[in-house]
Design a protein around this ligand. Structure first.
Ligand SMILES: C[S@@+](CC[C@H](N)C(=O)[O-])C[C@H]1O[C@@H](n2cnc3c(N)ncnc32)[C@H](O)[C@@H]1O
Length: 280
């Protein structure tokens, strides 16, 4: 596979390893070695990743039906297993999506997909970073794809458990989300999924800790937050029913007709906590 400029081929990267878990091809040997080892030790991870992606599909369908036409998908990753614009375009014909990622391979693949589908007038991709919310907001405005005065859905799926070091090394993910909450216009939605080891089956607790440790030596370490901390990321926004829950439990009726079925012994085996909230 070609390597876009700036890509780190020495260390596994969360975007490409996640693509590997989903069965995608946008990954390098270093990512596959890591991914194979992770799935061999923790096979539940593949199902958890798929369930997270299927949550994305359902939430985009749900919000499109609520009248949302603008989506900002931050940490959008490699377009594997159905992307935001493809799902929205199934429901409405006037949706716009801005994809944002800081990993060059994810950005290149998203760009190629939009070009192949000839939809670059409606959707776009930014190579940018969520840790600079004001700068990113300006870039989104300048893209011309989205009217930032009108409600948008801001998607932060499986990205905030990737550590977001600021200048002093501390995780500034929550700080960035707080700024996005201020920037979003009234009537917008904030959508978050995040890995957690809270309330998971006993056998999973240690596995989650060990799985997380595997990323310490990658380019992108991870952190599993307690559910309460994930819920705090919504600030004073109003949670949409059923509130925060395990990914498979959030509006299952929004599953597409041909959606793959991912089986769990119990919903907490999906290890990803999810919620959607509206800015009042
Ligand atoms: C596990 S993937 C999730 C992909 C997709 N959101 C999903 O849930 O299917 C996390 C993505 O977040 C991206 N990412 C991590 N930190 C980021 C940052 N500071 N700014 C933008 N993207 C980031 C990674 O490159 C990766 O593509």
């Amino acid at each position: 596979m070609f390597a876009p400029e700036g890509v780190d081929l020495e260390h596994p990267n969360v975007a490409r390893v996640y693509d590997y878990y989903l069965g995608g091809k946008a990954n390098y040997a270093v990512d596959r070695v890591f991914g194979e080892k992770a799935l061999e030790r923790y096979p539940f991870v593949a199902a958890a990743a798929k369930a997270n992606r299927l949550f994305l599909h359902r939430v985009v369908r749900y919000l499109s039906k609520q009248g949302i036409r603008q989506f900002i998908d931050i940490g959008s990753g490699v377009p594997t297993m159905g992307s935001t614009h493809q799902v929205a375009d199934e429901i409405v014909d006037d949706a716009s999506v801005v994809y944002v990622d800081n990993e060059p391979v994810a950005v290149a693949h998203s760009r190629i997909l939009l070009e192949q589908e000839d939809v670059t007038d409606q959707h776009t991709v930014l190579h940018a970073d969520l840790r600079e919310p004001d700068r990113l907001w300006k870039q989104i405005e300048e893209s011309g794809v989205i009217d930032i005065e009108q409600p948008v859905a801001l998607l932060l799926l499986a990205v905030l458990h990737v550590t977001q070091p600021g200048h002093d090394g501390t995780d500034i993910g929550p700080q960035s989300v707080a700024r996005f909450r201020e920037l979003l216009p009234q009537g917008s939605y904030l959508v978050i999924t995040h890995g957690t080891a809270d309330d998971v089956p006993d056998s999973r607790k240690q596995e989650m800790a060990d799985f997380g440790k595997m990323y310490d030596k990658s380019a992108t370490p991870v952190i599993w937050r307690p559910q309460a901390e994930i819920e705090e990321l919504f600030g004073d926004y109003e949670l949409v029913d059923p509130g925060c829950t395990w990914t498979p439990l959030w509006h299952p009726e929004e599953s597409g007709e041909n959606a793959p079925v991912v089986e769990f012994d119990s919903p907490n085996d999906s290890v990803v906590w999810a919620g959607v909230a509206r800015k009042p």
